[in-house]
Design a protein around this ligand. Structure first.
Ligand SMILES: [Zn+2]
Length: 498
């Protein structure tokens, strides 16, 4: 029986989807105004672990993840560059999918964009106006939270401080300022405007998730995920809008993943501890070590990202790979050892029991490492037959459907073992091993050189934002820069890691 902690009740509850075959899952996607940072990826990797485990458990999963391509931040970014929203957000959407792939995150069934669902948002706002849950003020339309008595149930905000009629237009705000929020924002200079039945303007952030989730999953669906910072105001507002408009329960299970901090501190560009995935891969780390690190801490606990922890994840993943390599190496035919069949069954049951218990990954990984511990002496004494070794390999292949960390069965000493998981051995080793020395055609070299010089100039002028932009731009083209004491070196990396 699968159990999850439901933020709505604060309790661990048995999970049963409304349709016994298919789980309907909505996960809040990226606001495509910048590259996702490692904290964003923590949430997306957690959601992938959840989804993969549901599939492993026999469910079909219909998964929707929105792309927020119109909100305060995307508009600000596009205006700063003097370009349209579509042109501004396009490269960030591209990088999002590229990095998602690199982290072995399964694609969603739908990636609806806010700008392509204005009509659906307007339809909900119309109903909210008709039912008296929304009101107009100075060309904008607000949700009147005093009209919705269940407001605050998810986030447990204190409604006593609520001043009637206090309003806010910002898409994001603090728990201390509970107020009526904008569903539809009046036209402003420098903002995109849609001419609609409810008047000209543009949507607020929260209404998009209410509109796009119900379009693709129905008015009530099984699981809604996000980070804890989405609980208030975003998810609280989604519930208010959807339940007030539809008159039915919006979501049965709310699962929220805790924050990621770096070196024990909140990530901030000003502190120099702010990392995108690209920043980490540029230090020659393997994206699947990053994935392993991100799933290794229980989703409801704070994750402290450090490069030391990343090294530990790498070591654990390569221990796993070495072990699989040894199994792959077993050639001897001998009688099947019944003890091994028992160990395999225990490991499988322990792995499943862990994840069924609110995705307790530590328990699941302990089951795997305990199997390794028990098998190692048998392996070194040559007491494992080829067919038993294959059974253990099959178990790992099957469990890796959930973990998706592809531990590579490559032992550096011999390097003779073929890839296990269907991905070429080359694709599985660290980024540093994949770097091909300057194989970019010559005509491109001068262009790259020019960009490197532009970056050096920007750095000399202390324009670190521009310097970083250029570095990221080169990384998108598969060019990795390395600052050495002899100057800047560049290397081409495969597209999957750029
Ligand atoms: Zn959302």
């Amino acid at each position: 029986m699968i159990r999850f902690t439901n933020t709505l009740s604060g309790q661990v509850e048995p999970f049963v989807p409304a349709d016994p075959e298919t789980v309907k899952l909505y996960t809040c996607g990226p606001t495509v105004y910048d590259f996702p940072h490692i904290g964003n990826w923590r949430a997306y990797v957690f959601e992938d672990l959840l989804k993969r485990f549901l599939i492993f458990s026999g469910y079909k999963v219909t998964h929707v993840m929105n792309l927020t391509d119109v909100d305060d931040k995307t508009i600000r970014g596009a205006n700063a560059k003097g370009i349209g929203l579509e042109e501004y957000t396009r490269p960030f959407i591209k990088v999002f999918h590229k990095e998602r792939n690199t982290l072995n995150i399964l694609p969603a069934d739908h990636y609806p964009r806010a700008t392509e669902h204005i009509r659906e948002m307007v339809d909900i706002i119309k109903i909210l106006l008709e039912k008296g849950f929304a009101y107009r003020k100075d060309g904008s339309i607000y949700f009147a939270i005093a009209k919705f008595p269940a407001y605050g149930r998810l986030s447990r905000v204190n409604l006593e401080d609520l001043r009637p009629g206090s309003r806010g237009d910002a898409d994001e705000y603090e728990k201390e300022s509970v107020h009526d929020f904008a569903l539809w924002k009046a036209p402003k200079a420098d903002e995109p405007v849609w001419e609609t039945e409810i008047g000209p303007g543009r949507p607020g952030w929260h209404i998009e998730c209410s509109a796009m989730s119900s379009k693709y999953l129905g008015r009530t669906f099984d699981i809604h995920c996000g980070g804890v910072d989405n609980i208030f105001p975003h998810h609280e507002n989604e519930i208010a809008q959807s339940e007030a408009a539809n008159g039915v329960k919006f979501v049965n299970f709310w699962l929220h993943c805790h924050h990621l901090v770096v070196d024990g501190e909140k990530m901030a560009k000003s502190k120099g501890n702010f990392y995108t995935l690209g920043d980490i891969l540029a230090r020659s780390h393997d994206p699947l070590d990053v994935r392993f690190l991100l799933i290794s801490t229980h989703y409801r606990k704070m994750l402290n990202f450090t490069f030391e922890a990343l090294e530990q994840a790498k070591a654990a993943r390569s221990r796993l790979g070495n072990f699989l390599g040894e199994l792959k190496d077993v050639t001897q035919e001998r009688a099947t050892n019944p003890e091994i069949a028992g160990l395999i069954a225990n490991a499988r049951n322990g792995f499943i029991a862990g994840l069924e218990d609110d995705l307790n990954i530590s328990e699941s990984m302990a089951a795997i490492f305990s199997l390794i511990k028990s098998l190692n002496p048998l392996l070194s004494r040559g007491e494992v037959s080829r067919s038993d070794a294959q059974k253990v390999l099959d178990l790992f292949l099957s469990l890796d459907e959930v973990l998706a960390i592809k531990p590579s069965p490559i032992r550096s000493a011999s390097g003779k073992i073929a890839a296990l998981t269907g991905v070429s051995a080359k694709g599985e080793v660290g980024a540093v091993d994949n770097i091909q020395p300057s194989s970019v055609p010559n005509q491109l070299d001068s262009e790259i050189q020019e960009k490197i010089e532009a970056r050096q100039k920007a750095r000399a002028e202390k324009d670190f934002n521009l310097a970083d932009e250029i570095r990221k731009e080169l990384l998108r083209q598969g060019i990795l820069l390395e600052d050495t004491k002899d100057g800047v070196r560049w290397k081409k990396i495969p597209p999957s890691q750029a």
